[in-house]
Design a protein around this ligand. Structure first.
Ligand SMILES: [Zn+2]
Length: 410
């Protein structure tokens, strides 16, 4: 093994009747309200939470899980991940174009299985996977998780990223096809509609576009056109924006979320707020920025994070972790991103909201996940200390229940 892995359990080995658990929570956090209640009991039956309260009757067939010395909270969300891509620096340098050329889709699907397991082990019970998955490895991974074939978070996946010609790569003219299938190039409105429908046909649950990684970028009209098509088909649209003009166009077009957006001005952030655009800031920590080959960007992200918070833009936690780092997993790397939120001076309660209920709303799974309430999916994690006192506690998740099955308990 490349890292010390916690003892994990298969997620759905559940023959027989639905299991019943009574979780004794010493502290129970409500991220929506930013409050903590003490000595609560969470009754889980099958995949769902049946009751929560101080005086819940514990049925005789319930197995008791004693977390009375710990803090219990809803499972965490990462709204920006790439489970089916891992850049290997010693082979690929800082250029994931090389990664996509050397790792075939079947291998990337297997990487996805490992990354999904590791995200779950770190307490991330729901993720939005925003593309870079070869030829739909992400759809295969999502289906395998949904069927209980492999353990992993609930997953909304983007399939192929839709982008202006070239996508995020610099191609060379004798080998023009090497940018596909990683990206669906769409420059005309006809191509945009086709790319969205192909994605949906092959299992995408969210549409991801790249606005601005070429000299020619999508206009606000282009983006609005794609938002309308995606919404007509019942999907939300996430827009990668690495430049200020790109982010401005996306904010103006009213995308569901701007990804990165680290160059956004205060005016852009105001516009995003006005148009109900969620910011998924992927706020690279110092080490994550260094690992991704852009050490100077950390301060840019933290500065924008601070400004976005002050302006009151709705934010959902997202990481963009995609580099193999010795001694770390995809999950431990993702959890580390709270460092940037601490540096930006954001109160723990707001960071935790971004990691739970805000992300649930962005993904459209609120009412099902993101809160510990009766009727919700039993996605429950525990930490030694209360993350509302110190958000760094989310890096110490030791108990993970996913859809009513215990995945980690140590
Ligand atoms: Zn990304």
């Amino acid at each position: 093994m490349m890292y010390a892995s916690p003892q994990l359990f298969a997620q759905y080995p559940q023959p027989g009747p639905a299991k019943v658990y009574a979780i004794k929570a010493g502290k129970l956090v409500d991220p929506e309200k930013g409050t903590t209640e003490t000595n609560q009991i969470i009754l889980v039956r099958g995949k769902k939470i049946e009751a929560v309260g101080a005086n819940v009757q514990i049925p005789s067939d319930a197995k008791i899980i004693d977390l009375s010395k710990s803090t219990v909270l809803p499972g965490l969300f990462d709204a920006h991940t790439h489970l089916c891509m891992t850049l290997k620096k010693n082979r690929d340098g800082d250029n994931y174009y090389i990664t996509t050329l050397l790792d075939p889709t079947p291998y990337r699907a297997i990487e996805g299985v490992a990354n999904a397991r590791d995200m779950l082990a770190s307490g991330f019970t729901t993720v939005r996977d925003v593309g870079n998955a070869g030829n739909y490895a992400d759809s295969a991974l999502r289906e395998a998780i949904e069927r209980g074939l492999v353990p992993g978070p609930t997953m909304l996946n983007a399939g192929r990223i839709i982008a202006p010609y070239g996508g995020q790569f610099q191609l060379q003219p004798e080998k023009r096809d090497l940018g596909t299938p990683e990206y669906a190039f769409a420059d005309t409105h006809d191509e945009m509609i086709k790319a969205i429908r192909e994605n949906i046909h092959y299992g995408a649950k969210v549409i991801k576009i790249v606005v601005d990684d070429q000299k020619y970028i999508y206009s606000a009209d282009d983006i609005r056109f794609m938002v309308q098509e995606a919404h007509r088909d019942g999907l939300k649209l996430a827009a990668h924006c690495w430049t200020e003009p790109g982010a401005r166009n996306a904010a103006e077009a009213g995308v569901d979320s701007i990804e990165h957006g680290e160059r956004m001005t205060n005016d852009d952030l105001q516009l995003a707020k006005k148009n109900h655009v969620v910011l998924v800031g992927t706020d690279f920590t110092e080490s994550a920025a260094r690992n991704a080959g852009m050490p100077d960007m950390h301060v840019v992200f933290v500065d924008r994070l601070k400004r976005a918070y002050q302006i009151g833009v709705t934010m959902a936690f997202g990481t963009d972790a995609f580099v193999y780092v010795p001694g770390e997993t995809r999950g431990t790397q993702a959890a580390e991103y709270v460092d940037s939120w601490v540096e930006a001076g954001i109160p723990a309660k707001d960071t935790l909201r971004a990691m739970t209920i805000n992300a649930a709303r962005l993904l459209g799974v609120d009412g099902e996940r993101g809160e510990i309430k009766s009727g919700m999916a039993a996605d429950i994690v525990a930490t030694p200390e209360n993350p509302l006192d110190d958000i760094q506690s989310v890096r110490k998740v030791f108990f993970v229940m996913k859809d009513g099955s215990i995945f980690r308990n140590e």
